[in-house]
Design a protein around this ligand. Structure first.
Ligand code: GDP
Length: 201
């Protein structure tokens, strides 16, 4: 059993003041709606209902906090890339996510979940730009890779790595991997990154 299997839902936050105290270590998960973020979180925690997979588009989404122990957390950020969300709601999420990324001292890195069939959309580029601006490590998880042929998946991985300058060097701020929640591809690779950031590789 992996230590991430012990992660538990802690609370939801709709404002910075609702978050737990800013101490210890956190890894945030971001992704456009429908990218496969909930499925990825569930797969990493081996817990089917952890982050609910079926969500109504447009329903208010919150920052969801999952605790590993008193000092370590996973943070599920709202995916505000969905076009049908009312502008006011989207602006609120954007501001909340911006503030969270800029202010949160416990935040050690961002896992950016991207549908491997639709890489590097506007939302993803914005998130990568934020991370770069504040020198925050970013790990790109190209999910639903089971929907691509082996060669398409390899080509997508190479393209995204090249575009982001993810050259695998020790000081690289960006890394990229293939993943599938359904086919259980890349779970250990993603878990290793998360645990390294949480300070217990
Ligand atoms: P979220 O909005 O980013 O949290 O996305 P979800 O996790 O709810 O997934 C959106 C849709 O993609 C759902 O229908 C999932 O069943 C599907 N999905 C998620 N991950 C995978 C995957 O790795 N492979 C396949 N084939 N489908 C996936």
């Amino acid at each position: 059993m992996h230590i991430l299997h012990t992660v538990k839902f802690s609370k939801s936050a709709n404002a910075m003041r609702d978050l737990p105290p800013d101490s210890g270590a956190e890894v945030a998960f971001a992704g456009r709606s429908n990218a496969g973020k909930s499925s990825a979180l569930n797969a990493l925690a081996a817990h089917k209902g952890l982050a609910r997979v079926s969500k109504t588009p447009g329903r208010t989404q919150l920052i969801n906090i999952f605790s590993l122990d008193d000092a370590r957390r996973l943070v599920d950020l709202p995916g505000y890339g969905y076009a049908k969300v009312p502008v006011g709601v989207r602006d609120h999420w954007r501001e909340l996510v911006d503030t969270y990324l800029k202010q949160r001292k416990a935040l050690k890195g961002v896992v950016l979940i991207i549908d491997s069939r639709h890489p590097l959309k506007e939302f993803d580029r914005q998130m990568l730009a934020y991370a770069e601006a504040i020198d925050l490590p970013c790990h790109v998880v190209l999910t639903k890779s089971d929907k691509l042929s082996r060669s398409e998946a390899a080509r997508t991985l190479a393209l995204v790595r090249a575009e982001l300058g993810a050259d695998g060097s020790a000081d690289a701020r960006v890394s990229v991997q293939l993943f599938s929640a359904t086919a259980k591809v890349g779970l250990d690779e993603a878990r290793d990154v998360v645990m390294r950031w949480l300070g217990s590789a």
